[in-house]
Ligand binder design. Structure first.
Ligand code: GH3
Ligand code: MG
Ligand code: MG
Ligand code: MG
Length: 313
């Protein structure tokens, strides 16, 4: 550091940031066989508003990972039975964990061993004990922040900022499980812009893109925070409405359909309107993700067949 960081002010600043967005607090998994050290690091990070979990037995790591869902792993190198290097290798073998930063923290000062930890153990950084609290905070914070940003870029579609196809599908799996657990209903809607080929042919691809964005904005305005909106394909969207029955979902989507048809879309030299068709399927009428998707798709096909610009359940 050329400019020393003052710990109290850094802690206050980060704590303030997390207080404003508590659900966005970084989650740090601390792996160290010496529990007093693990607790010490944990307290330092918690003071900045981060959420931590301590693992002192390396064999607990993998089960805890899937439950805790960490943004970053802070890991000791020398532990009984299993080294941090071996654990790092195991973590990196799981596709879901490839992007999680691993920061090693050890008394090891031999550079070659440190490099091994990064090369073989999949580590992103090697810090040495004892560590200054401000150094620990910054190393963890900056890596967790970058990992979050990358993760959210990978989950979203660049034109609209909506969830992309893969993430929308994952979300449908999660929401269906949640509906099952809470014995509630869930509506899944598929939307497809009508005669979009001719919109592109008549007004150009850039205008077509603006129509896609206008539907994405309208969906974001009209739906609840707890609803999921995804760009499912080029001019196709998927919407997940938790705790919603078929009749309510139809009402909501019909309202959006009418509002969308009224938007004056702008091309270079004229105004026009665009419409979409929508097919809806409801859980538990269709009780697994596969049949929900097929049923929504079939309903969408019927909406197209019956003349477009309509919602079919
Ligand atoms: P239908 O009412 O039956 O859905 O007719 P359609 O013309 O919309 O049907 P189809 O699904 O065959 O065509 C979709 C068109 O949407 C084809 C493609 O050129 C256009 N499209 C797909 N993705 C994008 C995109 O990102 N931007 C633009 N501008 N056009 C897109
Ligand atoms: Mg140790
Ligand atoms: Mg289509
Ligand atoms: Mg279409």
């Amino acid at each position: 550091f050329t400019k020393p960081v003052s710990v109290p002010s850094l802690v206050d600043k980060l704590d303030e940031l997390t207080r404003a967005h508590p659900q966005e607090a970084y989650r740090v998994l601390i792996v160290d066989d010496e529990s007093h050290l693990a607790v010490y690091y944990s307290l330092i990070l918690q003071r900045t508003g981060m959420v931590t979990q301590v693992v002192t037995d390396p064999f607990d790591l993998i089960p805890v990972m899937s439950e805790f869902n960490p943004d970053l792993i802070l890991m000791d190198v020398y532990m009984p039975h299993c080294s941090g290097l071996e654990l790092g290798t195991v973590i990196r073998q799981q596709p879901a964990y490839v992007g999680i930063p691993i920061v090693f923290l050890s008394t090891e000062t031999d550079l070659n061993k440190q490099l091994d930890a990064m090369n073989l153990g999949g580590g992103d950084e090697f810090l040495t004990k004892p560590i200054q609290p401000d150094h620990l905070i910054m190393a963890v914070y900056s890596r967790a922040q970058r990992a979050r940003t990358l993760r959210s870029l990978m989950a979203t579609d660049s034109l609209t900022g909506l969830l992309n196809h893969t993430t929308t599908k994952e979300q449908l799996v999660q929401e269906t499980l949640r509906a099952e657990r809470s014995q509630s209903s869930l509506a899944f809607a598929m939307l497809d812009l009508d005669h979009f080929k001719s919109v592109n042919d008549t007004y150009g691809h850039a205008t077509g893109d603006r129509v896609i964005k206008s539907l994405s904005r309208l969906l974001q305005q009209r739906l609840r925070r707890t609803d999921t909106i995804g760009r499912y394909g080029g001019e196709e969207f998927a919407v997940i409405l938790p705790d919603t029955d078929g009749a309510t979902a139809c009402k909501i989507m019909n309202d959006i359909r009418q509002r969308f048809a009224q938007i004056r879309q702008q091309s270079e030299d004229e105004e026009f309107s665009a419409t979409f068709s929508c097919g809806i399927a409801v859980y538990p009428t269709f009780s697994d993700v596969g049949s929900l998707k097929t049923a929504a798709d079939k309903a969408l096909y019927r909406a197209k067949h019956q003349g477009r610009n309509r919602v079919v359940l």
